[in-house]
Design a protein around this ligand. Structure first.
Ligand SMILES: [Zn+2]
Length: 281
């Protein structure tokens, strides 16, 4: 946020001569200090490329799951809620591009979609691959922005999973159907777009905000960690970011912005050492 603060100059202060101007000089230096602080905490605006995948039908418990969320819903409901949540860090996300994108007709497409439909959270750490890697092989590499954060809306990303991201990476995967609310017992339902506190089942906006946190290098707190009700999880779900998380996310956000500003950034690869990590929303 750029706030310009100038000491007011009145005819009265001019008449006061040197002592008055010394006072104003002191006040001005105090304001410079404040102004400098505001500058250091300026709003960071991060570009998002939003991909609403089309034409991928996942069959889960007899239901045909497809992406139902519209670009208009993302623009007018989801993104404003994400920005409400991230306002505490003075980070704002804006749309670089939003598009409905068909899944290319790859020869192994049906098999990959079936693998994702069958994926269970318990499989994540057991060398079964991850829905993140499986879906990335489906997406058109020409549509991936090398430096903006790419967010993929997919029908479903596995039993009780709602979103997946790589720490510090620039790709986020979201399922718009989920059965996390029933711990995987019931067939998937459409996610809520938003949910006020106290959280009950989670929402697409919160999952996106949470996964963006991973993209900005934030990890999960431990269950016993205080405070409770945090965006990154822990013992109770919520929207809160701690001062430490805010500082860490802002540092990462600046790196994302530097990468975005770099001309001719052509690499579509994730940063080195960026193992995809799977996360609940
Ligand atoms: Zn997570």
């Amino acid at each position: 946020m750029n706030v310009l603060i100038q000491p007011p100059v009145s005819p009265d202060s001019i008449r006061k001569g040197r002592s008055g101007s010394t006072r104003w000089h002191f006040l001005f230096m105090v304001l410079v200090g404040l102004f400098g602080h505001v500058r250091a905490d300026e709003e960071l605006v991060l570009p998002l490329r939003l991909h609403l995948t089309q034409g991928a039908t996942l069959v889960v418990r007899g239901l045909n799951l497809e992406v139902w969320v519209t670009p208009e819903e993302v623009k007018s409901i989801v993104l404003p809620e994400v920005n409400r949540i991230w306002k505490q860090a003075n980070i704002r996300f804006e749309i670089e591009k939003i598009a409905e994108e068909p899944i290319p007709d790859l020869p192994n497409r049906a098999r990959i979609l079936q693998q994702i439909a069958d994926f269970k959270r318990a499989d994540v750490d057991q060398a079964h691959g991850s829905p993140f890697e499986l879906t990335q092989s489906l997406f058109n590499p020409l549509e991936v922005h090398p430096a903006a954060i790419n967010v993929y809306f997919f029908p479903y990303v596995g039993e009780t999973l709602q979103g997946v991201a790589a720490l510090g990476g620039n790709r986020v995967l979201l399922g718009v159907w989920t059965n996390k609310f029933s711990h995987g017992q019931d067939p998937p339902k459409k996610t809520l777009l938003t949910e006020p506190e106290p959280l009950n089942v989670g929402s697409l906006s919160r999952t996106l905000s949470h996964e963006l946190g991973h993209g900005l290098t934030l990890t999960h707190p431990r269950k016993a960690d205080l405070p409770k009700g945090r965006l990154m999880g822990g013992g109770k779900q919520g929207y809160l970011l701690t001062p430490e998380e805010i500082a860490k996310a802002r540092e990462s956000a600046k790196k994302h912005l530097e990468a975005f500003a770099r001309p001719h950034a052509k690499s579509n690869r994730q940063p080195k050492g960026d193992a995809p990590t799977n996360h609940e929303g």
